[in-house]
Design a protein around this ligand. Sequence first.
Ligand code: ZN
Ligand code: ZN
Length: 348
Amino acid sequence: MFRFFNDKITQFVLFLSFSSLFPAIATRTPAVPLTEITVDIQNIRFLDAGKGSHVTGMAELKKYFQRFGYLSIPENNFTNLFDQEFESALLVFQKKLGLSTTGKLDYDTMKVISSPRCGVSDKTKAHSIHVTKHYAYFYGKPRWSKSSPMKLSYAFSPYKIIDYVSLSDIKTVFRRAFSRWSSVIPVDFTEVEDYSSADIKIGFYKGDHGDGESFDGVLGVLAHAFSPENGRFHLDAAETWAVDFSVEKSKVAVDLESVATHEIGHVLGLAHSSDKNAIMYPSLSPRTKKVDLNIDDVDGIQALYGSNPNFSYNPLLESDISSSWGIMNIERRSAIIALMVILFSLCL
Ligand SMILES: [Zn+2]
Ligand SMILES: [Zn+2]
């Protein structure tokens, strides 16, 4: 049944699979397990819906927007009406995610909504982002406050770990991820064995793991980390984590190094960026490697911690250009669309 893009998008109706689209919502509504959400393909029709539309499933979409910081209406008040509040939230979402601010559930917007992403809310005071900067901070602009030269330790939970990737490979991946950040700011990261005393505590968790931010199974929310100086760094153990896509062939494999690099940004104090090429952009497609810091990430983190004296911009700029990853990449987006979206040709 799956078909892919056609230039004449109007020939298609975009139907979304709730079991894929709203796993994050399920974490807030445990009484409705994903497997019990049925898809009524006649009614779940969002594409190009705008203000005033009544669309079955809209209430679930509003929960998604609430989950990630765009709507504050209590869940039990959500209706299927595309109302003024939802339009306002949608416009903020589109601006925050670097989309065209159409105020409609257009194709590109639905594509982003259906992508796997970080579980950290997009809500920051930087919704009024500087015109040319896209990075953002958490409320209060928290950062680690240890004296300079700053040294932060990290450790892996001895119990909350996955067994299908070797610990050695996991440690190598994290060492590289931490080094990307330490190469641009005057902060050193050191792995230690004592989990309880480490500044940054890394673990793989399943479902509800006690911090109010349940994981949701395969894809959906991939990981989350807490702002400074908390140090908790959690990955969804239900994902198929990969350190090498030539070895891990799963279509839902997620690159551990890419997610690690992103979450370290949160640990240090960066919130989500609206720059699609930034490490701190909230979504990441399966089988996608995105590990190079973007200028936007560097500007954001250096504004918090200052610059590493050995850092120079030029190599990074080259890397930035060569790693022009983005959700607009047709080949890469095909993977996530294949997983998340069902397209039926109407052949009008
Ligand atoms: Zn994030
Ligand atoms: Zn957690």
